[in-house]
Design a protein around this ligand. Structure first.
Ligand SMILES: Cc1cc2nc3c(=O)[nH]c(=O)nc-3n(C[C@H](O)[C@H](O)[C@H](O)COP(=O)(O)OP(=O)(O)OC[C@H]3O[C@@H](n4cnc5c(N)ncnc54)[C@H](O)[C@@H]3O)c2cc1C
Length: 372
């Protein structure tokens, strides 16, 4: 018997869930708020870990295509002191496939493949336990019922309230994101500074990270500790004002490092919100959460990996199980909470060290986790 399953959200969690079900010929409704795949810029680059994101793609039958698209050389990591001195310059071996990078847009298109996503279907509320199943309310006023609704709708999930009253809180660290286009041609000095992968500079309570995406595109992240309303005197919609004021936050840093900000195009403010480290809930028949909706944590390279692995695991156990989706969901939730709790602790501690009053902490963390 096929159950009526919906997944809310077409991010890494929702698409991987749907794609693995699709591989097993199990129907699923993918409900996405955005009106089209390209309605918003897709974001930067993601490193997919061998035992997590890559394992999920394997379960979806997409590992070979991922390998063809991804950038193993993007694993390279250079760390500079604020005066521009190179402190670390780590290069992956040519055959290193541990954490290759892929542009989010490429990953999305890979996962989308044959999926028939219902675009422009913003969910406002989910009500479990009605006579006909789980009732989904949409922004356009329509309603639909399903046997299982999977909330993969990210940090500000509209599905989460059906299982948990908890909402994300501000971590104390915020970021401004900007981009450089066509860096090898337009900014060859910066291209050399960044190298093939990422460049990071750590100062007191702040850091600057530049990450190469495909096609000469670079994303730059200025991260710093500040109250959530630090920008009351700055119009964040005024790119010129942001461009000229940002370098003052990094006063005294080497000129080429600050050029990463001075040459930025658009600027996006992204405060880091998190859910409590061991966020869990009493099981609610017919509704569950995946990815950021379940366990939003600091962006330290695992959120999308966990989201994809969870999507793949839940889909696989529903599709190959004995026809008891609720049993599959219960078992999955226990496993997800244990693993996500471990990573939430690691990433919370990591954020403390990467944006720290003592920049030596960031270097020590790098030495701890990076293979020599
Ligand atoms: C700057 C930055 C860098 C990062 N780098 C990495 C990295 O290198 N590696 C890594 O593993 N993780 C990384 N992360 C974390 C990663 O981006 C997230 O953990 C991941 O995107 C979570 O996937 P998701 O599918 O759970 O949610 P999302 O990616 O947020 O997707 C949610 C989807 O749901 C849709 N949606 C939202 N509300 C509704 C609604 N009401 N109705 C219908 N649809 C809705 C959204 O439009 C979206 O498509 C990074 C995060 C940031 C901010």
């Amino acid at each position: 018997m096929r159950h009526r399953i919906a997944v809310v959200g077409s991010g890494p969690a929702g698409l991987t869930f749907a794609r693995v079900l699709h591989r097993h010929d199990y129907p699923v409704a993918v409900l996405e708020r955005d009106p089209a795949p390209d309605a918003r810029p897709p974001g930067g680059t993601l490193d997919l870990h061998e035992g997590m994101g890559q394992l999920a793609l394997d379960k979806a039958g997409l590992l070979a295509e991922f390998r063809a698209l991804s950038r193993p050389e993007g694993q390279a990591m250079r760390i500079l002191d604020t005066d521009g001195t190179v402190l670390r310059d780590w290069q992956p071996r040519p055959d290193d496939r541990a954490n290759p990078e892929i542009d989010r847009g490429q990953l999305r298109d890979l996962l989308l493949g044959p999926l028939d996503v219902q675009w422009g279907r913003g969910v406002t509320r989910v009500v479990p336990g009605t006579r006909d199943g789980v009732l989904v309310h949409f922004a356009d006023g329509r309603q639909e019922t399903f046997d299982l609704v999977v909330g993969a709708d990210g940090a500000w999930s509209r599905v989460r309230p059906a299982v948990s009253p908890v909402v994300p809180h501000y971590s104390g660290v915020t970021s401004i994101e900007t981009s450089l286009d066509d860096v090898d041609t337009r900014h060859p000095d910066l291209a050399r500074l960044i190298g093939d992968g990422s460049l990071a500079v750590y100062g007191v309570n702040r850091s600057l990270v530049a990450q190469r995406n495909s096609g000469g595109h670079v994303k730059v992240y200025a991260k710093f500790r500040a109250p959530l309303d630090w920008h009351t005197h700055l119009d964040l919609a005024d790119a010129e004002a942001v461009r000229s004021s940002l370098p003052t936050l990094f006063d005294g840093w080497a000129a080429p490092v600050l050029d990463l900000l001075r040459n930025g195009t658009a600027f996006v403010h992204r405060p880091f919100h998190v859910l409590p480290v061991s966020h869990a809930w009493a099981h609610v028949p017919g509704v569950t959460l995946l990815g950021d909706a379940a366990h939003l944590m600091p962006p330290l390279g695992v959120g999308a990996n966990l989201a994809m692995l969870e999507g793949a695991e839940l889909a696989e156990s529903i599709a190959t199980g004995p026809g008891d989706p609720d049993g599959a969901v219960r078992a999955f939730e226990e496993q997800m909470w244990a693993r996500a709790g471990k990573w939430a602790k690691i990433t919370a501690a990591g954020l403390e060290r990467l944006v720290s009053p003592d920049p030596a902490e960031a270097l020590a963390l790098f030495d701890q986790v990076q293979p020599s």
